[in-house]
Write a protein that binds this ligand. Structure first.
Ligand code: ZN
Length: 87
């Protein structure tokens, strides 16, 4: 009788171990996916930050990417040749 109980206990211990392993694995997969998504999100944000920092032109009052603007005494000014005509 003691032998049967021993084997039942072993059986359940093995089941528990398998279950813990699969839970651990799926949790790790989820974390990997999340990390991947976060990385992608961060990359997207970096892109938008690089392109989306808009400044207002001091002459024509239009919004332009800071990378194409020139800093002048009156603030940011766009390098567009039509700038002064537009304003
Ligand atoms: Zn301008």
């Amino acid at each position: 009788m003691g032998k049967v109980i021993f084997w039942i206990v072993v059986f359940f211990l093995v089941l528990l171990a398998l279950r813990m392993v699969s839970v651990y694995k799926s949790r790790q997969d989820a974390r990997d996916d999340e990390a991947e998504v976060n990385k992608k999100k961060r990359a997207d944000r970096d892109d938008t930050k690089a392109t989306d920092s808009m400044v207002k032109c001091g002459r024509c009052a239009s919004y332009i990417p800071q990378s194409t603007a020139v800093r002048k005494a009156l603030g940011w000014v766009c390098t567009d040749p039509d700038c002064s005509r537009r304003g």
